[in-house]
Design a protein around this ligand. Structure first.
Ligand SMILES: O=C[C@H](O)[C@H](O)COP(=O)(O)O
Ligand SMILES: C=C(OP(=O)(O)O)C(=O)O
Length: 343
């Protein structure tokens, strides 16, 4: 064993006192969570939009973005429900590179995970209390769930984690919507098996105790495209892909069927502007086919203030991980979705 402890043990209760929601802010979050759950259950027919930077690398820029997004949410709230991506833990294909605010609270500084988790809580807290938006994050490290579960309204299990039993079991105890991405291979069975596992009661060790969960009926699908054996991206947002996914959903008799299209990653091949075309195609498909309209009810979009990406955190509001839409195209796209849905 070469683990060397370099920090004191975290006290979860103490940590949760930092950025703890109370009063009006807590009530507001609970109200919004109820709305989100109604959307997932098909009781509210608004589209779900999970949108924001690929990684929340800089508090000032992320809050600036959040304030802009909150204004837009107000304008489109009768047709679109927005949950902001406040992604603070990044899975890396080879383990190298920026791994999110939780690892590096200062993207130009050294890793410091204790300060990182404080920064993560602080950022979710500030987005919620300063803008009124609620937030989504990736559950990259299931053992960290208890450090943020009171703040995060939507969890995603990423393409590199979705086949892992610990992720699936922990998801079965979460009481907010949890999106299962298809794996990087594009294999849909892995994603549907993850949804099945998460929707059912499980019994396992968590936080050094034996726990029982009830199953999460709001676990659902996120199609993000895949990569073939030659590293070529194979999208899965086309009509036939959607109809195939719907068939599996029906065959497996899963609860609250809901499909989100992740417009970036291996659907766009990280050509971030393609997100606009992909969203448009889905909107056309929704108008064309009743089944698709019934099942495909959400988008995940990567967007920030400046478009594209940069290698180092130099330019304000520009992604240091995957390339994102810039603010102007984001605004236009959200207005376009709104107008199409309002027809
Ligand atoms: O969403 C971000 C990336 O797609 C994911 O973290 C993998 O990135 P990488 O392949 O550049 O490591
Ligand atoms: C890492 C992400 O996605 P995926 O797991 O689909 O690669 C993400 O959404 O930031």
């Amino acid at each position: 064993m070469t683990f060397r402890e370099i920090s004191p043990k975290i006290n979860i209760n103490e940590m949760k006192e930092l950025g703890k929601l109370s009063g009006e802010a807590l009530k507001h979050k609970e109200e919004r969570d109820k709305e989100l759950h109604a959307i997932m259950k098909g009781e509210d027919d608004r589209l779900l939009l999970i949108i924001g930077p690929c990684s929340s690398d800089n508090e000032e820029a992320v809050l600036d973005y959040a304030h802009r997004l909150a204004k837009l949410q107000e304008e489109v709230k009768d047709k679109i429900f927005i949950v902001m991506r406040v992604y603070t833990a990044k899975p890396r294909t080879k383990g190298d590179g920026y791994k999110g605010l939780i690892h590096q609270p200062d993207s130009k500084g050294k890793p410091n995970l204790i300060n990182g988790i404080k920064a993560v809580r602080d950022l979710h807290y500030k987005v919620i209390t300063e803008t009124g938006l609620t937030t989504a994050d990736e559950m990259l490290y299931p053992e960290n769930l208890l450090l943020i579960n009171d703040l995060v309204s939507y969890h995603a299990i990423g393409a590199r984690s979705v086949e892992n039993q610990q992720h699936r079991f922990v998801a079965s105890g979460i009481d907010v919507p949890t999106g299962m991405k298809n794996p990087t291979s594009g294999n849909l069975n892995v994603m549907f098996n993850a949804i099945y596992t998460a929707q059912n009661a499980q019994n396992f060790l968590f936080n050094y105790a034996e726990v029982e969960t009830e199953g999460n009926p709001l676990a659902h699908a996120i199609l993000r495209g895949g990569l073939n054996e030659y590293g070529k991206n194979i999208p899965n947002y086309y009509t036939e892909n959607l109809l195939d996914a719907i068939k599996v959903y029906e065959k497996m008799n899963l609860k609250n069927p809901f499909i989100i299209i992740d417009a970036n990653h291996d659907n766009s091949g990280k050509q971030y502007l393609e997100q606009i075309r992909i969203v448009r195609q889905i909107l056309i498909n929704r108008q064309w086919n009743e089944q698709i309209k019934k099942y495909v009810r959400g988008f995940m979009i990567e967007s920030y203030i400046e478009e594209g990406r940069q290698e180092e955190p130099i330019e304000y509001g520009k992604s240091i991980t995957d390339p994102c839409l810039g603010w102007e195209s984001t605004k236009e796209l959200i207005h376009e979705i709104y107008q199409t849905e309002a027809k």
